[in-house]
Design a protein around this ligand. Sequence first.
Ligand code: EPU
Length: 444
Amino acid sequence: MPSSVRSIAARSACPHTETQMDSKRAHGSRYQVRGGAVLNGSVRISGSANAALASMCAALLTDDTVVLENVPAVSDIDSLAGLLAHLGATVERPEPSRVEINAAKVGTLEAPIDLVSENRASFQVMGPLLARHGFAALPPPGGDVIGQRPIAVHLDGFEAMGATIDRVGEHYQAHAPKGLAGTRVFADYPSVSGTQNLMLAATLARGETTIINAATEPEVQALAALLNSMGARISGVGTQVVTIEGVERLHGTTFALVPDRIEAGTFAIATAMTHGDVELVDAPVGVMDALITKLRAAGATVEAREGSLRVAAGGRLAPVGFQALPYPGLPTDLHAPMGALLTQADGVSIIHERVFDNRMLYVDELRKMGAEIVSTGSSAIVSGPTPLHGARARALDVRAGAAVLLAGLAASGTTVIDDIYHLDRKYERLDEKLRGLGAELERV
Ligand code: EPU
């Protein structure tokens, strides 16, 4: 194989993911859901899990303490905290929603596979380590098996900024002994974590970095806001061209994370699916247009006010087609929950997934419960309304698991959901919050 092809192949592979999934099947916790309850009341939306993960990596860019508030208590935060501690940072959590990180004593610039394979965000320590210490060695990251999850945007960008990347065994070794230099970087795809990693690295690079075809997701915008509060000079966030003027040093900060738009979306869809009436307190309504539009098209009443979203759905739901797209399109992370909702709509809905190539894991699980869904490639056709019945099903990834849980809420009888450690990775106290709205479920 020519070396260029070998290097592309290496940048596309995530070889340990299946093994990692197998070992996790032993975790054992499951949800038992008794369907039929109508969700009512109000629920507070937690801080964004994905924004929190990237923000924790930003703390590696300074000797000062970075204090993050509104951090959700989810297991991906714990595993990333474990990685930061391995590198030599101190990570303290004086209260569940407050994380304090000090990276003054970071001395280990390499991480073993078990610390990186837990989640995708772990690879975002590479940008800060490279920028600040001139070296990082990491295996490819883990995360959900929702499709090919290359890291070429990250690695090509670091190379454009002057780093050398070698694949040594299972690690990517990145060297930049003379520091990184700002440049124009074209991202092949507007990768969320790729844009974040390059932005992190560019804050301490010499000169100006421009990322062309940057991701515009709210979590990218949130990271830029945190970095700017640490003294970085980032402009253009929220557009596809982001400019970072490198600075000598960054300082500590105290920063409150934005609310989780995917958690809010999941509760909004669950409310519509159970014909309930729920207020989502602190929902980030300003970044939820795509979902709000689709829920209204399906017949739900959605009242959006600053910091509050009320969703109510009385009668028949109408079918709606949608495409899962990069922001501001409908988020791929809400595709599976929306697929579950559409099993209850009166007619045929067509879904196109345009971000990941393996987002259909929820389809077979919902079919076990009586759903009429067929998927082919990246599209699915849902016919409804179908009465769902309880079954034994699995949470095959975070959002596929959410879809099965929502289906269980609307089904007759009891649904048992295995492998709920996936849900614990990104949803804070999900069972407790749903019980607060009247759902009948327990962790067994
Ligand atoms: N891609 C490339 N080249 C790259 C990198 C990505 O072509 O070098 C493609 C991927 O193949 C995929 C698309 O870009 O088709 C999206 O991948 P991206 O890199 O944007 O996703 P990510 O950064 O790995 C984050 C979230 C995901 C969320 C996606 C898309 C974190 C930790 N993860 O992943 O969240 O689905 O962005 O919005 O921030 C979840 O929360 O359940 C979750 C999976």
